[in-house]
Every structure is written in structure tokens, then in C-alpha cells.
Design a protein around this ligand. Structure first.
Ligand SMILES: *[C@@H]1O[C@H](CO)[C@@H](O)[C@H](O)[C@H]1NC(C)=O
Ligand SMILES: *[C@@H]1O[C@H](CO)[C@@H](O)[C@H](O)[C@H]1NC(C)=O
Ligand SMILES: *[C@@H]1O[C@H](CO)[C@@H](O)[C@H](O)[C@H]1NC(C)=O
Ligand SMILES: *[C@@H]1O[C@H](CO)[C@@H](O)[C@H](O)[C@H]1NC(C)=O
Ligand SMILES: [Zn+2]
Length: 326
């Protein structure tokens, strides 16, 4: 009798705190996306509340540049946040009724592993060029958005080698094919980098503003407090010009909300961000990403807005926003 009560209580705790093995399998599933150059399978996570309703898609990828280790850490953190809070947080509950979130935790798996085993500051993929005398394509110069036109190199020795053609790399092709097929349903494309503390909007390859520039800015600014000193604006105006980025490409194929995040820091440690900054970086970035998703949700599903309660996930994160463009 006593034992039965203890068992029941344990079961209750496990269910209540979502600690039951596979208890999240209803919400998160893993799917095959493609193979890397070195034949590693790429999987994305689909966060989806089961329902008969047709839903729209939020895409987020991490780890396109190998050495930006805080980026894959963030994708994992973000999934954890959703899992811990989706039953209780009214905002997450609300957007999961309309939106599925697709997360690719590491896009450039070959390069990421190489940065762990061999060269900490490796950036590119690991494809071989010129008879194996030269390695790696910058996957964020390899998308089919004004490919090869500006801010790239055609020399494989370069850090910004754009590949031999648009989508010449299997990793790029896997992502592009997947998104292309679903582009009418993808409302938001987020790609996570470091460092510099920027939230970058289209375009990189030209200085013209995106047609929905005001909306892109508003989605990040929305009422909520969040983030740590992110500077927001078009890549070409606040950073540098580049072509073939996934962000530009996504916007050019019709995805309205397309952003590149550059996480901490501003150069003190750069790519070698110390471990004690992982958590605060993930917290402030979660807040910023949640804000964008909420904005997109409320814009496309205006009847689903929830009353915002204090004490939610966002409380306590302070913001200071720097606008470089008015
Ligand atoms: C690659 O090697 C082959 C055979 O040695 C040679 O014919 C070819 O010119 C080389 N290609 C390049 C781009 O160096
Ligand atoms: C790149 O986009 C152009 C249209 O902008 C299209 O004609 C071309 O087929 C695309 N290339 C690839 C590799 O998808
Ligand atoms: C590519 O860059 C490397 C390193 O800067 C240089 O040595 C090489 O000559 C360049 N190759 C070409 C074809 O320009
Ligand atoms: C933002 O930057 C200012 C000045 O650089 C600094 O004093 C402040 O602490 C930063 N805010 C956060 C939340 O990190
Ligand atoms: Zn990067």
C-alpha cells in the first residue's frame, strides 16, 4: 500500500515535470534532412503540437559556421526552453497552436567536428577542391541569392570561398530544397551565428531596404524587454556586404521574416566565448527569438493573441536596444 502511493507519487512528479522518458515525443520529432559532404546524416527537429489544423512554419538553423560554438548551444537551449514551458507559458501555448518550429541544431556538421578535433577556428564546410589541395566552402556564401556577386571569394583558400556554384555544397542544397518545397508555409527564417550582437535583416548583397523593412524592425522591437544590446538593421548597412547568404536567399524566395542573429560578444573573446557566458547568451537570445515568433504569430493569426502575464519567461531580462536606422 505504502509502496503503491510512493510509486504513484513518483509517476505524478515525472509526468508533472515532464521527466518521463519520451514524454516529449508527442511534441518533438527528429527527421532526416540530407547528408553532409563527409556523409554524416543531417537531422532537424520538428516541434509541433499534434492537431488537424494546417500550420505555418518557423525555421531556425544553428552552426552553419563551424567555429561559432555558441550557436549550436543556443539551438539546444531553445528546444529545452520550449519543452520546459509549453504547457504553462500562455505565449508558447498560443503560437504552438498556429506554428510548427523546425530546428536544425548543426548545419555544418563536418566543419563543426573539425573545429573540435583539429582546428578550433575553422569556419567553412570540409569539401575538397582543386584535387584535394584546398578545403571548405563558406556555406553562408553558397545560397542562391545573388550568388558570387559581392563579399565573396572564388579562391578556395579564402575563408569566404562561395563554392563552385549556387548550392554546390550538399549541406546548402539539403536546406534549400527543404525550404523551397515548403516556402509558402514558412513565415520566418532564423539563422544563428556569432559574434557581434547583431540582429541582421535583408539584404547583404545590396543596400536597398527589404520591402517589409518596418515590419522586420517592429518584430524585434515589440513591447517586450529582451536581449542584450543587439544592434538591429540590414547587413549591408551595419556590417558589410555579402552575397549568397541564407538570410537573403530566404527573403528573396518570399519568406517575409528573415534574420541573421550574431550572438555575444563584441570581440573581447570572439569565437572563444567563455562557458560562463553560455547561459546568459542563451537566455537573452531566447527572449529575442520568442519576441519575433510572437510577433509573427499575432500578425498572421490575429485572433489568437493571449493576455500577457507577468512572471513569464521574459521577466527579468533587460533590454537596451540600439537602432542604427530609424
Ligand atoms: C587534377 O588532377 C588531374 C590529374 O592529375 C589533372 O589532370 C587536373 O588538371 C587537376 N586539376 C586541377 C584543377 O588542378
Ligand atoms: C537560382 O535562382 C535562379 C532564379 O533566381 C534560378 O533560375 C536558378 O535555377 C537557381 N539555381 C539553383 C541552383 O537553384
Ligand atoms: C588563392 O589564395 C592563396 C592564398 O592567398 C594564394 O596563394 C593563391 O595564389 C590564390 N589562388 C589563385 C588562383 O588566385
Ligand atoms: C549594454 O551595454 C551597456 C554599455 O555598453 C552596458 O552598460 C549594459 O550593461 C549592457 N546591457 C546588458 C543587458 O548587457
Ligand atoms: Zn557566422
Amino acid at each position: 500500500m505504502h509502496l503503491a502511493i510512493v510509486l504513484l507519487w513518483t509517476l505524478f512528479i515525472l509526468v508533472e515535470h515532464d521527466l518521463f522518458p519520451h514524454s516529449n515525443s508527442e511534441l518533438v520529432t527528429q527527421h532526416y534532412l540530407g547528408m553532409t559532404y563527409e556523409n554524416r546524416p543531417m537531422y532537424y527537429l520538428k516541434i509541433s503540437q499534434p492537431s488537424n489544423k494546417a500550420k505555418k512554419i518557423i525555421w531556425m538553423d544553428c552552426g552553419i559556421h563551424a567555429r561559432e560554438w555558441i550557436s549550436p548551444a543556443f539551438c539546444q537551449w531553445f528546444v529545452k526552453e520550449i519543452l520546459q514551458n509549453y504547457k504553462t507559458d500562455p505565449k508558447i501555448k498560443s503560437f504552438l497552436q498556429n506554428l510548427d518550429i523546425y530546428i536544425l541544431p548543426v548545419l555544418n556538421i563536418d566543419g563543426y567536428i573539425y573545429s573540435w578535433t583539429t582546428e578550433r577556428l575553422w569556419r567553412k564546410s570540409r569539401s575538397a577542391h582543386i584535387n584535394g589541395t584546398c578545403f571548405g566552402t563558406d556555406l553562408n556564401r553558397n545560397f542562391n541569392g545573388s550568388w558570387g556577386s559581392i563579399g565573396v571569394s572564388h579562391n578556395c583558400s579564402s575563408l569566404i570561398f562561395c563554392g563552385t556554384g549556387p548550392e554546390s555544397e550538399p549541406e546548402t542544397k539539403a536546406v534549400a530544397r527543404f525550404i523551397e518545397k515548403r516556402k509558402s508555409d514558412v513565415l520566418c527564417f532564423l539563422t544563428i551565428h556569432s559574434y557581434g550582437q547583431y540582429i541582421l535583416t535583408p539584404y547583404g548583397y545590396k543596400t536597398d531596404l527589404a520591402s517589409n523593412h518596418q515590419d522586420l524592425k517592429a518584430a524585434v522591437a515589440l513591447k517586450e524587454k529582451h536581449g542584450t544590446n543587439f544592434t538591429v538593421g540590414p547587413t549591408s548597412l551595419i556590417l558589410y556586404k555579402n552575397s549568397g547568404s541564407s538570410r537573403d536567399w530566404a527573403h528573396m524566395i518570399g519568406i517575409p521574416f528573415s534574420y541573421t542573429f550574431e550572438l555575444r560578444d563584441k570581440g573581447a573573446y570572439g569565437f572563444i566565448l567563455p562557458p560562463d557566458q553560455i547561459q546568459p547568451t542563451c537566455e537573452e537570445t531566447t527572449a529575442a527569438v520568442m519576441t519575433i515568433i510572437e510577433y509573427v504569430n499575432q500578425k498572421h493569426f490575429p485572433n489568437s493573441a493571449v493576455a500577457v502575464t507577468s512572471g513569464s519567461l521574459w521577466l527579468g531580462l533587460s533590454v537596451l536596444f540600439t537602432w542604427t536606422l530609424s
